[in-house]
Design a protein around this ligand. Structure first.
Ligand code: ATP
Length: 488
């Protein structure tokens, strides 16, 4: 890569201000990203991270301030100027066309792939890039994107953006790129980022998983309420000081091990061993049961079959006794045209109704209570759900389930994109609700969350291959069970 004698930042933002109605999303932000640096961008939900990303990638013109690419003023050039400046962006909400093949999606992003034989070239290029970033992946690049899992779509989108077809990427923006990837895929991506940066490229990495930021970024920028509050080399932070700089108090970690009844309470769910599993599935009253293992090995299917089943000896008598928190909020969670409040209250309209009509006063009170409990950042719960930042939308889905009287709550990796401060609050709420008698079945791709469970089932190839309890719930234990039987 050519580095000029007087290097200019790949991207330079000066005094950027963006407002959405009454909300000031960015309030005078300065940000430089140099060649050869991995800039970690962190901050609470709604701090303004996605908004600055949209300014940097040319999708949003700031109301005040400006942006330059390698010293050239973008001057309202939008997405075209950003692209010409070598900026590529992997979005938080994935943007591939599901009805096209992986190779066709690659062509959409890279106009250089034109002319006779483009399909063959696109296939070869994207296959090679996927193999480079995610060695051992089994993605069918000739198949349509709609047939891929969320994790595979995310991998494809990442690989497309790192491709060099005539014009090499200078800055790749990764906005929560590992939210659908399990730990081993996430580590493959982080290793690729380190290699890309070592060869002179730049990455802007946004993540709520602070371990990723601390292990991969060379510099960390912390945002708070639309402002940059800190910019320092990664070596000057510890996990604790980073959380504190973000404005959250670091709580002592809940002790790993058995806190709940751990299988001794009367089971509210009881399923015999199936799909070649060595274990049946049980969950007791007041228990938090974790579903672990590599992503896509049957955990979500298990949750869905628990939710859909309407017969059997364990089932709750009424459907409102079981609630589901979706992991893919845009696909299965939010009602995009509804307000924040309606998205929250829809889980339990029965309890809010009087004389066949929703009692608006009680609905508003419910909204305010959960807004405070979950720190949902909005000036008005009557605003559209899409006016919330991604993490705040996820909080609404959580509140929807917890606001119901459901005795069983199924959770499909629901903490993706939620900031560390709120996560700590939600963990405490979950524990208190479990102690009050609720049962939680929790699929999580984050080991820190699996460790909070009373009991954990590890999944591999659609089957339960291990059951871990208390002190045995360790990363090593989960990994050993996830890979056992496979060639080393
Ligand atoms: N289209 C919009 N309309 C109204 N308000 C918006 C819109 N987009 C963003 N906002 C507001 O701007 C602020 C910054 O949002 P942004 O998405 O940049 O936060 P973020 O730091 O990326 O959060 P998260 O960690 O949850 O992804 C928030 O208060 C959000 O509610």
């Amino acid at each position: 890569m050519n580095i000029p004698s007087q290097p200019r930042p790949v991207v330079s933002a000066r005094g950027v201000r963006v407002a959405f109605g009454a909300v000031t999303a960015l309030d005078g932000v300065d940000l430089d990203i140099d060649a050869g640096e991995a800039l970690g961008l962190v901050g609470h939900n709604g701090a303004g991270k996605s908004t600055i990303v949209n300014v940097v990638n040319g999708g949003l013109t700031p109301h005040r301030g400006g942006i330059a690419y390698s010293g050239t003023d973008a001057a309202g050039g939008g997405v075209a100027a950003a692209r010409a400046g070598g900026v590529r962006c992997v979005f938080q909400e994935l943007s591939l066309c599901p009805n096209l093949t992986v190779a066709e999606n690659t062509r959409l992003m890279h106009q250089g792939l034109a002319g006779f034989g483009w399909r063959k070239r696109a296939l070869a290029l994207i296959r090679a890039k996927l193999a480079e970033i995610f060695p051992g992946n089994r993605i069918d690049c000739a198949g349509t994107v709609g047939e891929l899992s969320i994790a595979e779509r995310q991998m494809v989108e990442i690989a497309i953006n790192f491709l060099d077809v005539g014009e090499s990427p200078k800055l790749v923006i990764l906005d929560e790129p590992t939210s659908s990837l399990d730990a081993s895929l996430a580590e493959q991506l982080m290793a690729h980022v380190r290699r890309f940066v070592a060869s002179g490229g730049s990455v802007l990495l946004i993540s709520h998983i602070l371990g990723e930021i601390l292990s991969t970024a060379t510099r960390i920028v912390v945002m708070k309420d639309g402002k940059v509050v800190t910019s320092r080399p990664v070596g000057e932070f510890t996990a604790k000081s980073l959380v504190e700089t973000m404005g959250s108090v670091v709580r002592e970690k809940a002790e790993a091990g058995v806190r709940g009844p751990s299988g001794t309470a009367p089971p509210v769910i009881e399923l015999p061993a199936a799909n070649g599993s060595a274990f049946g599935f049980t969950a007791g009253r007041g228990e938090i049961v974790g579903l672990a293992g590599l992503g896509g090995h049957g955990q979500t299917d298990m949750l869905l079959s628990l939710y859909r089943a309407r017969s059997g000896n364990w089932l709750p008598r009424r459907p409102e006794e079981i609630a589901f928190v979706a992991g893919d909020r845009s696909l299965n969670g939010t009602f995009a045209l509804w307000s924040i409040l309606r998205n929250l209250s829809v889980g339990d309209l029965g309890a809010l109704s009087r004389a066949f009509a929703v009692d608006r006063g009680r609905e508003a009170a419910l909204g305010e209570a959960w807004k405070a409990k979950m720190a949902i950042r909005t000036p008005d719960m009557g605003n559209p759900i899409l006016s919330l930042s991604g993490g705040n939308q996820q909080k609404v889905l959580f509140a929807r389930a917890l606001a119901t009287p459901a005795s069983i709550v199924l959770m499909d990796d629901p903490m993706r994109g939620v900031d560390v401060g709120t996560k700590q609050d939600v963990y405490a709420i979950l524990r208190a609700e479990a102690e009050a008698g609720r049962t939680f079945v929790w699929y999580s791709t984050e080991m820190d969350e699996i460790r909070l469970c009373d009991r954990v089932y590890v999944f591999r190839d659609g089957a339960i291959v291990a059951e871990l309890k208390g002190a045995d719930i360790t990363e090593e234990g989960v990994l050993a069970a996830s890979f056992s039987g496979e060639a080393a």
